[in-house]
Design a protein around this ligand. Structure first.
Ligand code: AMP
Length: 450
């Protein structure tokens, strides 16, 4: 069975605003980096839920005609990023269903770790699934709950799932937001006009003119009802385990995630990297865009000039999702190109946020050497990625993670660098000001929480 994970997605919910669907649309636009495979919006007009979703970028899926059909004062939206192979429109979100209490729509960022178990039990019990998404489990759990109110059914259902989830639910007249007990994935609450917004990243708030109020707490359920302030119910909270990879790679630098600005965190990583892994060179180059803030930090801390020596073509998608190695190689070349006259004869330090399979680094180093670089020193602003993520980041299995299978020295040889060094976990934690062990670092340490 093909797994459909709601990895690295973006979710948004707008409550009590006359332009609810348009605000969801703009929010999804701001969070497009969290998923480019599919996009969707559901609106609620008090009587009916309307849903439009399709494959592709937000700007391709929606136009004025479609948005005007999404009537109502509330809406929820989603952009999807998932592993290659799931091209079914059925696996796009919001997931919408009719059930005994009426209509329901759900968007989900994260990944249930007990999804197969719950699904199999539901199937045994007669449930008929339409998609491969773990989110569909929630629909069935809610539909089968014996509680009378949707709020209690949601509490029932999330009590039966485990893993990482930031969820927004919409009935015909109410909206609900829930975050898992560890707060793996981000979810923030803001005020927009007389209404409210919840979104994966605060960069969405900036675009739609919303004011940040606070993060939805790990283990918190928020209920939005007309003419009432949002009601908060604490379900079950654990010691937070926020995803460190949001700060390392995934979130947008202008977002505040888990209470801290992403750009600043990445810059700190570069400063720590310069302190721990110095090397003599003529310039510091970022791998755009991910490596830019940490390369600025590295440059400032080392005194070695920062140069934008590698240009990125912004008009092609991310390289990571291509299924074959051949395609990935080609796409890196299409995407990145060095400035020859700047690099020729120079010793360069190249900064990237992570090495996953090693394809990108190897390709970039070849490009730089072909452009005449005298030495290429690779510096990575996170520890070696040794373990897959089960909580919502799309990392390959262990056999495809280069750091799970090779020493740093062997990786250095494989990517054909003159030297290679990573940031260690303690320095990473210092960079994000974590003193109380509030981050999930399983991808770097193998310390899984669930
Ligand atoms: P690789 O070529 O497999 O080593 O991929 C490393 C590159 O992919 C780096 O430039 C990272 O910025 C980027 N990257 C790391 N993790 C992910 C992810 N989960 N999704 C997409 N890109 C990623």
């Amino acid at each position: 069975m093909e797994r459909a994970l709601n990895e690295e997605c973006a979710v948004v919910g707008i409550f009590n605003h006359k332009e609810a669907s348009r605000l969801s649309y703009f929010s999804l636009h701001a969070m497009q980096h969290r998923g480019q495979e599919a996009a969707g919006i559901s609106s609620g007009d008090g009587v009916k839920i309307h849903t439009i979703k399709d494959r592709g970028l937000v700007s391709r899926v929606f136009d004025e005609g479609k948005l005007s059909k999404l009537e109502g004062h509330m809406s929820i939206g989603h952009t999807r990023y998932s592993t290659a192979g799931n091209d079914s429109i059925l696996d796009a979100q919001p997931v919408h269903a009719n059930y005994d209490l009426g209509q329901l729509s759900i968007v989900h960022n994260g990944n249930f770790t007990n999804a197969a178990e719950v699904r199999n039990a539901l199937i045994k019990d007669g449930a008929i699934f339409q998609t491969f998404m773990d989110t569909e489990n929630l629909i069935h759990l809610i539909a089968r709950s014996d509680k009378l109110k949707l709020k209690d059914r949601i509490i029932d259902a999330v009590g039966k799932v485990e893993g990482a989830y930031s969820l927004v639910f919409q009935s015909r007249s109410k909206m609900f937001a829930v975050r898992d007990p560890y707060g793996f994935r981000p979810l923030s609450l803001g005020r927009v006009g007389d209404g409210y917004v919840v979104a994966s990243e605060t960069c969405a708030f900036d675009l739609i003119g919303a004011t940040f109020m606070r993060d939805v707490l790990p283990g918190e359920l928020l209920i939005f009802e007309k003419d009432k302030a949002p009601q908060s119910i604490m379900l079950h909270a654990e010691q937070p385990k926020h995803c460190i990879f949001e700060h390392v790679y995934f979130a947008r630098p202008d977002s505040d995630v888990f209470g801290q600005n992403v750009y600043q965190m990445r810059k700190n990583m570069g400063i720590e990297l310069a302190k721990a892994q110095p090397v003599e060179a003529d310039m510091v180059l970022p791998v755009p865009d991910g490596g830019i803030p940490s390369a600025i930090g590295y440059s400032q801390a080392s005194g070695i000039p920062f140069e934008m020596g590698i240009m990125r073509n912004h008009y092609i998608g991310r390289t990571f999702i291509e299924p074959t190695q051949e395609m990935r190689d080609l796409k890196v070349k299409m995407k990145l190109s060095p400035i020859k006259s700047l690099i020729e004869g120079k010793r360069v330090i190249v900064i990237d946020d992570s090495i996953v399979r090693g394809t990108t680094s190897r390709r970039i180093i070849r490009l730089l050497k072909n452009a005449g670089a005298a030495e290429v020193h690779m510096r990575i602003s996170s520890p070696p990625t040794t373990d897959p993520c089960y909580y919502g980041v799309d990392t390959p299995d262990k056999e495809n993670l280069i750091a799970a299978n090779m020493s740093v020295e062997d990786i250095c040889n494989f990517i054909e660098a003159d030297s290679l060094a990573y940031l260690d976990n303690d320095a990473l934690m210092r960079s994000v000001n974590s003193t109380e062990d509030t981050y999930c670092t399983a991808c770097f340490t193998g310390n899984y929480i669930l």
